[in-house]
Design a protein around this ligand. Structure first.
Ligand code: HEM
Length: 492
């Protein structure tokens, strides 16, 4: 009898289960019919498995994106690096993904890269955790903090130019060093001793080299070495945090802000490991981006002698007002560099070093009658928008005067848009203003070799990082002359 009841119960449970599965599948099919009305965007998914990865990497990626846009319009599908993707080349679509429907699209990075930077770094996250960290980072990079950073950035710029004097150097490498130094002073507030700084620089550069290499655990490979160096970085940062705690003074710089952050219950918001992830994340976000744009600025100014003269005149006036450069630059000085501000904006547009960003749809999403399926990557194409003649007339022409008028909303996004937009954008621009000031008032430079080809490291920069011979001038740009003692004052 008992056996009969068990059997009957089993049959009932099975019938219930099968009915549920059938019902659920009908429900899904019903939804499918609704979704069936939506079509995928036009485009080509390429070869099985490979997709269009080879096409993307066998040519200039910008040509790939531009030709797709020409063929399919402002929204198209493709398949790259093993992922189906929807690419969006209109300002409205970029705003949809990054701003108005941002909660439907999460940031997405390969796991190996997340592990290398640190999984708690803010740009991997969405929601409450992301917002809290973002507020802290924005605070440490806000106007008050930037004012205080001006002398530090100026010292770093002078030191970069002094070490370049009379030599041929890759501009990109020199600019990487500068943006690393500025990153360090932003994070540690000028309190870091040289030994620690050298340790961070050395290990960070090993991490960088392995970042884009094939993930594996074989000793001796770039990836393996990068992982080891990442651990050492964590160690150095932990020591610094412990020392600050032992002193009873966590500091007011970015590191101090992260260390002191508290949750609603008053308990520390972040562990030391999470703080380290975010510090390494900020260094990572700050260095190559800023260095690439600075490199393009050196080229653009070089290539346009008339523009360079006009920029020189703007800075000569500021230098004159600063007692011929004897007084340091101030925040107010940097706000008066009107033409230079436009040169920077135009360089950001022309170079568009971040051609696109990645998100992943967290649900099926409809956009203008097209389906963006859940799990697909979504890529707003900043560069296509910045180079579209509908928004920027004669887009291949370097013309800072176009920024006399503000660009149309959502057409200019060198620093992204929405909740993940770059919190370091004002710092990056400050660095550019100060570099340009000293470059044009106290140096001359020549590009060595051709600068027309582009390489990706990983952002686009002129080939070989733009080798440049630079020398400090002995005569003042205002023609009144400037003796070498003065030059030594300027270039510390
Ligand atoms: C010219 C230089 C720079 C450019 C072009 C640039 C560009 C960008 C862009 C486009 C994003 C958004 C990415 C996305 O939405 O997926 C971003 C995010 C970010 N940037 Fe920058 N950036 C620059 C410099 C800096 C600097 C100097 C710092 C810090 C000191 C910084 C820190 C960050 C951080 C922390 C994020 C992530 C923000 C978040 O997820 O909430 N960046 N940057």
């Amino acid at each position: 009898m008992a056996v009969f009841f068990i059997l009957a119960a089993c049959i009932l449970i099975s019938v219930a289960f099968v009915s549920y599965v059938y019902y659920a599948s009908r429900q899904r099919k019903g939804q499918g019919h609704e979704q069936a009305a939506l079509k995928l965007p036009p485009g080509s998914m390429g070869w099985p498995y490979l997709g269009e990865t080879l096409q993307l990497y066998s040519q200039d990626p910008n040509v790939f994106f531009a030709s797709k846009q020409k063929r399919y319009g402002e929204i198209f599908k493709t398949h790259i690096l093993g992922c189906p993707c929807v690419m969006l080349a209109s300002p409205e679509a970029a705003r949809f993904v990054l701003v108005t429907q941002a909660d439907l699209f999460k940031p997405t990075y390969p796991r190996s890269k997340e592990r290398m930077i640190g999984p708690s770094a803010l740009f991997f996250h969405q929601g409450d955790y992301h917002l809290r960290i973002r507020k802290l980072v924005q605070g440490a990079l806000g106007p008050e903090a930037l004012r205080a950073l001006v002398p530090h950035v100026e010292a770093a710029v002078k030191s970069t130019l002094a070490s370049w004097d009379g030599r041929v150097t890759s501009t990109f490498h020199a600019m990487k060093r500068l943006s690393f130094d500025v990153g360090i002073v932003t994070i540690f507030g000028g309190q870091l001793d040289e030994r620690r700084k050298a340790e961070l620089r050395k290990n960070y550069s090993i991490v960088e080299k392995g970042y884009n290499s094939f993930p594996n655990s074989l000793p001796g490979t770039l990836y393996y070495k990068a992982n080891q160096a990442r651990r050492r970085l964590q160690g150095v940062l932990s020591e610094i945090m412990q020392e600050r705690r032992a002193r009873g003074d966590p500091g007011t710089d970015l590191l101090g802000c992260l260390m002191q952050s508290r949750g609603d219950d008053g308990a520390p918001l972040l562990t030391d490991e999470q703080v380290a992830d975010n510090i390494i994340g900020v260094l990572f976000a700050a260095q190559d981006t800023t260095a690439s744009v600075l490199t393009w600025i050196v080229k653009y100014l070089h290539d346009q002698p008339k523009l360079l003269e006009a920029v020189r005149a703007e800075h000569a006036a500021i230098r004159e007002a600063n007692d011929g450069g004897r007084r340091p630059l101030t925040w107010v000085d940097t706000r008066s560099m009107v033409l230079t501000q436009r040169v920077i904006l135009e360089s950001l547009r022309m170079a568009s070093i971040i051609s696109f960003t990645f998100r992943e749809a967290v649900a099926d999403v409809e956009y203008k009658g097209f389906l963006i399926p859940k799990g697909w990557k979504v890529m707003p194409l900043f560069r296509n928008i910045h180079h579209n003649p509908d928004y920027f007339q004669d887009p291949q022409k370097f013309d800072p005067s176009r920024f006399k008028v503000a660009p149309r909303p959502n057409t200019f996004m060198p620093f992204g848009n929405g909740v993940h937009a770059c919190p370091g954008n004002e710092l990056a621009k400050l660095e550019m203003l100060i570099l340009i000031h000293h470059l044009v008032t106290s140096c001359r430079w020549e590009i060595v070799g051709s600068s027309d080809d582009v390489e990706y490291s990983p952002f686009p920069v002129p080939k070989h990082g733009l080798p440049v011979k630079l020398w400090r001038e002995n005569s003042s740009i205002d023609g009144k002359g400037c003796d070498s003692d003065n030059v030594e004052d300027i270039i510390v």
